[in-house]
Structure formats: C-alpha cells, structure tokens
Write a protein that binds this ligand. Structure first.
Ligand code: ADP
Ligand code: ASP
Ligand code: MG
Length: 438
C-alpha cells in the first residue's frame, strides 16, 4: 500500500506545524511520499513565503532593494531548522541564491525556492530522501506536463524509498524552472500519486475537508464526507476552492482516491473523493452534496421568433462572443430565446460592440442584458434519481422572497443552477443550506 501526502502552506508554517506533519507521517508506514508547499501564514496578518518571494523579485525588477524581505525569508527557514535541531546547511544555499538574485534570476525560479527549502528541511526532519521536482516533473514547450516522461522518471528515482518532494514547480525542456499557477503544489501531489500508482492521495490542509457551503456565508457548514470527482468539478468550477482546479485530472485518470484532511485535526476523516460510491455507502439521504456560487454575472437574452428552426444560429452567436474573448458560462435556452450567462467584468469592455455585431448579423426582435446577477449551484449526484427536486428548490426560494432570474440544469441532472440578483446571493445560499442540508 502506498499513500502520497501533500501538506499545504499552513501545515508548513513553523516548527509546531512540522511536528504535526511528522506525527501524521510516522503514524502510518504506508505514508511514504510527502509533497510540501512553501511556509504559509502563522497568524492572520503574517506573510506567505511565496508572496515574499514574488515581492522580492518585483523589487529587484524595479531596482529597489529587497534586503529586508530577503532577511524575512531566510529567518523563517533558519528559525524552523534551529528550533527542530536540524543540521541542513541552508545558509550556503541562501548565499548562492542571493548571488543569483543580484545577477538576475527568473521569477519562476525565485518563487519556486519556497517549496525547495521547505522540502529540504522536511526531508531532514522526517529522515526521508529529498527528491527535487526539477529532476522529474517535466513540462512540454506549451506549458502542459509531459506525464509519460515525468511518471517514468519519478518511478525510477523513488523505487521503494521514502521521499520528500517540493511542490509547485518543474522544468521546461531547456532545464529552466517553471511553476504552476498559485496553489499548484496540489497538482504536484496529484502527479506524484499518479506516477507511483498510489492507493490514496491525502491532501492535508487547514480545514477538515470540503465544506458544504462557503463558511463566510453559512455558519459552521458541515463537511462533505463523500463526493465524486464530477461533483467536485462542478463545485470547484463555480467557486468553491480548496484544491487547485487542475488537481483531480491525474488522480482521476488512475482511479486514485483523494482524501482532504486537516493537519490540525488529524483524527477527522475529512472528505473522500472518488469516481463513484455504492448506494449503501451513503450515510444520509440528502440530495444536495454541496452548494457554491459566484457573484457578478450578466445574462444576455436574445429573442427572435422562429429562432429554433434557423440552422446553426446558436453556434454563430457563440462565435461572435468568442471573438471578443468572452466565455459563455451557462446557456439556458428557450424556443425563441437564446440566453448567455457571462462574467460581467470580462464582458464589460466589449459588451456594446459585441451586441451591436449580433444585432447586425441576426436582426433579433429583442436583446436584453440583466446585470448584477449571482449564480448559485446546488450539486448532488443523488438529484438525478429524485423527482420534484427543482420544484422544492424554487418553492423554498419563493417563500423567502428570492426572485429567480435564470434556471438551468446540467444534462446529467447533477446540478441545478439558479441566477438571482447579487443582493439575494448570500440569502439564496443560506436558504438552500437551511432547507436541504440542516
Ligand atoms: P493549503 O495552503 O493547505 O493548500 P488553501 O488555503 O489553498 O490551503 O485551501 C484551504 C482553504 O480553502 C481553507 O482554509 C478555506 O478557507 C478555503 N475554502 C474555500 N471554500 C471552501 C470549502 N467549500 N470548503 C473548505 N474550505 C474552503
Ligand atoms: N506556494 C505556492 C502558492 O502559494 C504553491 C502552493 O502553496 O500550492 O501559491
Ligand atoms: Mg492550496
């Protein structure tokens, strides 16, 4: 049995957190591969090391001294090392890096060092081998990951050893360091799990799993115990962010279960994510697995009689929208109406020009734009088998005086999406949570 673990920034913030990580890893001999993030915040107004490294690069770029920031970065790692009584000589590495910074280092290489130093110290502390991501995680020229080569290389290096790997970065074909987008250590963990055909990928963070709703809107939302990859995709796409959006692809392909866990509450089972769950595994009868959403969308309605019988009209409209670089998030259509939900900010720069083009090309009877729309999705694999779910949802929202501006449902009936006025957004989430989860 092999478990690959990833510890996020808050789990790597100081020596107390390192001790928790060690206790978790030591508690299970199957926990053989550990991926780590750079040190995160120790308290609310603290700085993440990655943010400081970006800042350091920006200072140098504009010819401003970064001495103070550089000292903060070095001190954080040295104090962890000394507090844990470790012997890793990071001072010499800091000296080499500092020279590189002064002579011009790429932004990606500099910010990747947060993860690098975390992994060096954690390997020393756990007594595991350090395996640099730069030797196995290979990007293609287009920025995608060369999975075949990366997987083969990591497999060969790790063998049966216990190792610590820095997250967040890899190398381009020419050897230059390249990072993922922010939060990308989650992806490194998933790639390592896939490369080594792990039995489970444990993602250790600072919450006890994926919550059923945004904790800033709903007080103490429950943890989702089990969720499928498809449900997670839906929730993450619309706004719930615990894992980097690209995390699930490598593990899903290899049918590896993903378990989100809390470093500060290691006994909590967290959230288990798999392709499917047997009916009898379900611990409750709820048809909603989670609720998520985002504010600030616009709904563009285009009406024209006989529209549905005009061949290719939807495709042609989308083509125009695409030309302006605007993504259509949802498209709930009627017989003679096409509606498009678009991000208000992205659309605002070109909205009237784009609508003008649509008007000229199709001559619709009416084009109407509703702004300030919040989109809320109720996601649940069990919705498909239950009759009358949407009716119940609309009835509850109506009872609370919430005006529904748009409704759409995915073809697999796994989600119901409603558009409401921005001002009703929080209340919509609360009403759905109180009615169908509590
Ligand atoms: P890490 O540093 O471990 O990668 P992140 O900060 O990237 O951790 O992700 C964990 C955070 O995600 C939580 O602290 C929480 O504030 C936030 N979060 C947002 N939506 C949710 C949700 N639905 N469930 C749980 N956490 C959420
Ligand atoms: N340290 C990087 C960041 O802050 C990557 C990560 O933590 O996943 O974005
Ligand atoms: Mg993260």
């Amino acid at each position: 049995m092999l478990k690959v673990l990833k510890f996020g920034g808050s789990s790597m913030a100081d020596e107390t957190q390192y001790a928790k990580v060690k206790a978790i890893v030591d508690a299970d001999p199957d926990r053989k591969v550990v991926v780590v993030s750079a040190a995160g915040k120790r308290f609310k107004d603290d700085h993440k090391i990655t943010d400081l490294l970006y800042l350091c690069h920006a200072h140098k770029k504009y010819g401003v001294s970064c001495d103070e920031i550089w000292k903060m970065i070095c001190d954080r790692y040295i104090s962890v090392r000394d507090a844990l009584g470790l012997s890793t000589d990071i001072e010499s590495e800091f000296a080499v890096l500092r020279e590189k910074i002064d002579s011009g280092i790429s932004e990606d290489e500099l910010v990747s060092r947060g993860e690098y130093f975390s992994a060096r110290l954690m390997a020393d502390y756990l007594g595991f081998e350090f395996v640099d991501a730069a030797v196995w995680l290979k990007f293609n020229l287009d920025g995608s990951v060369n999975e075949d080569e990366s997987y083969q290389t990591l497999k060969k290096i790790v063998g049966g050893h216990k190792v610590v790997i820095p997250g967040f970065y890899g190398v381009m074909p020419d050897g230059a360091i390249k990072t993922f987008t922010r939060g990308g250590s989650d992806i490194t963990g998933a790639l390592a799990a896939a490369a080594l055909d792990a039995d489970v990928y444990e993602n250790w963070t600072d919450v006890s799993g994926f919550l059923m709703a945004d904790p800033r809107i709903v007080d103490n939302p429950e943890t989702i115990k089990q969720i499928t990859y498809s449900e997670l995709r839906e929730l993450s796409y619309i706004g719930a962010q615990v894992l980097h959006e690209q995390t699930i692809f490598p593990v899903r392909e290899k049918k590896i279960a993903l378990n989100i866990r809390n470093t500060n509450q290691p006994d909590h089972p967290g959230t288990m994510i798999r392709e499917s769950f047997a009916e009898q595994e379900a611990e409750d009868n709820r048809f909603i697995t989670g609720i998520a959403g985002k504010k600030n969308f616009s709904i563009i309605n285009i009406s024209k009689s006989g529209m549905s019988s005009e061949l290719g009209i939807v495709r042609k409209i989308i083509k125009i929208v695409e030309k302006y670089g605007v993504n259509v998030e949802y498209m709930p259509n009627g017989i003679d109406t096409v509606s498009m939900v678009v991000d208000s900010v992205k659309a605002s720069k070109c909205l009237y020009q784009m609508l003008g083009e649509i008007q000229e090309e199709f001559n619709p009877e009416k084009i109407h734009v509703t702004e300030n729309i919040g989109i809320v999705a109720a996601v649940g694999r069990k919705m498909a088998s239950k009759a009358g779910v949407s009716g119940k949802i609309f009835a509850r929202l109506g009872e609370h005086g919430i005006n529904i501006r748009m409704i759409t449902q995915g073809p697999d009936e796994m989600n119901i999406i409603v558009g409401v006025d921005n001002k009703d957004y929080d209340n919509t989430i609360r009403v759905l949570y109180d009615s169908f989860v509590k």
